[in-house]
Design a protein. Sequence first.
Lengths: 536, 47
Amino acid sequence: MSDATKPSGLALAHMWIAFLLFAVAALLGLYQVLERAELIPVWDLGYYSSVTSHGAIMGFVLTTLFISGFGYYTAATSLKMEVPMKGVAWLGWILMVGGSVLAAVFMLTGQAAVLFTFYPPLTAHVGFYIGATLLVVGSWLWVLVMIVMMGQWKKANPGQVVPLAMFGTAINALLWFWTSLGVAIEVLTQIIPLALGLVDTIDVGLARTLFSWTLHPIVYFWLLPAYITLYTIVPKAAGGRLISDEMARIAFIMLVVFGLPIGFHHLYMDPFQAEGWKILHMVGTMLVAIPTMITGFTVIGSLEIAGRLRGGKGLFGWISKVDWSQPVVLAAGFAMLMLTIGGFGGLINASYSLNVVVHNTQWVTGHFHLIFGGTVVIMYMGAAYYIWPSVTGKELASLGRARTQLWLWFIGMCTLTLPWHALGLQGQPRRTAFSPYATEFVQSWWTAEYLMVLGGAILVLSAVLFVFNLAIGGGPAASREVEYAEAVHQPVSLPNSLNGFTLWNWIIAISMIVAFGYPVAQFWMMPTYDPVMWGF
Amino acid sequence: MGSDDDKELMEAPPKGTFAVMFIYGAIALALWLFFYFGIFLSRGPVN
């Protein structure tokens, strides 16, 4: 591949903004745990503004910008072609960065303390919602470029197998488009009119239903680049092969098809959806365990191949033979460990009955930090370390420092989140600045809360070290070539269903209509009543 | 190691992976049952 086809500028522009804001959001996280542990004065507005900023930056800005930048990189390098429509791609970047800055102004000045979930009737300054909308619109331009790029490649290479890295990137673009429709409809038709004062009331049930459309599959949008790295980079970096290319494609497809129509497991305790719909979504949620287990099997199997090729013997002897000195391989090991713990937590959340034990407690915060901060972010870090020499033309200055940073992230994340699971089982609520009740009971939480602060401090140290490692440069000149893992049996031809998305788009459309059609339509079919004054 | 040996190693059933997955599945099932019977049911109905 010539340097002209390298998307270095686009990739770096997206990823640098993502990582710089990530470090800021990590600092806000430390502020929040310090306040929750009452080690600094309680300041409600500061806390809720910080929770909103931390969540929005981590969940929307870091992810969307990293995924776009990483997507341009994997698309160009795996297809070995130049990113088309560069002007559109850069316009997308401008909208994403501009929208993020606009939203940040209102979050950081206390005018948008509505949490990153936009939960009405909490209402922020309209500028916050406009900023978020620009971010999403900008990301849709990335979706467009990815789909066009895959189409152009398929047209130029009829009958050829789309490289796995591109297949994963393009299906993630498709997933994001479907995922973001729910929140886009909510924000444009309900929340912005409310924030502008064009309407006096808002149907909270409808808003939460539409947000639940987005709220769960967004996790798979975050997760797919981690999976792409696990499937297409880690086996290569570990010195092995991918155990099965087809298995990876099936896992991507199942994750997208099963992962979209399941958002009601966030609404188990909400009254406006009937139990039958919740159970339907619960079944879908449980089905996601299948692609997750396939991924676990495929990635661990690929590492086993790498370990055995390096002389590993016996049932588990290959584990110590895997080349853990490669940062992306070490990140994969940590990611899989945290995915197993976080995945189990998700199993409890998704079980309709068991959810009542942990609903809206700190358990949930522990769960999603293990999945997002653990599995997703540590793989973003590993992926960045792997591709950085290729995009910058210089090796990392120190692989040892990169490994230290990943160890700190793993230790910090476990120290932060495992006590949260324990606190959640004791009933500690999440998203509260302080707990001014049952003093003796609350005091029993202190050990766990101090551990939480320690974990937060380690994570901030790791986040700063991560940005430092990428920024410092100084390594020797690096090859700009990038190699993706080959499968043990590399496919030479595949059915259209494993090489394109037409069939899956139709299945997704039908399943979304089934899962959300009536639950959304009912808000226009049921009588509604004016609010009743408190005390009556 | 010769390429034939490599091919044989790569095509061998991933026994270690099956073992890891089985152990994880067993632990997850046991913990789920503990949560259901040991925590959820033992706490009784919501008052």
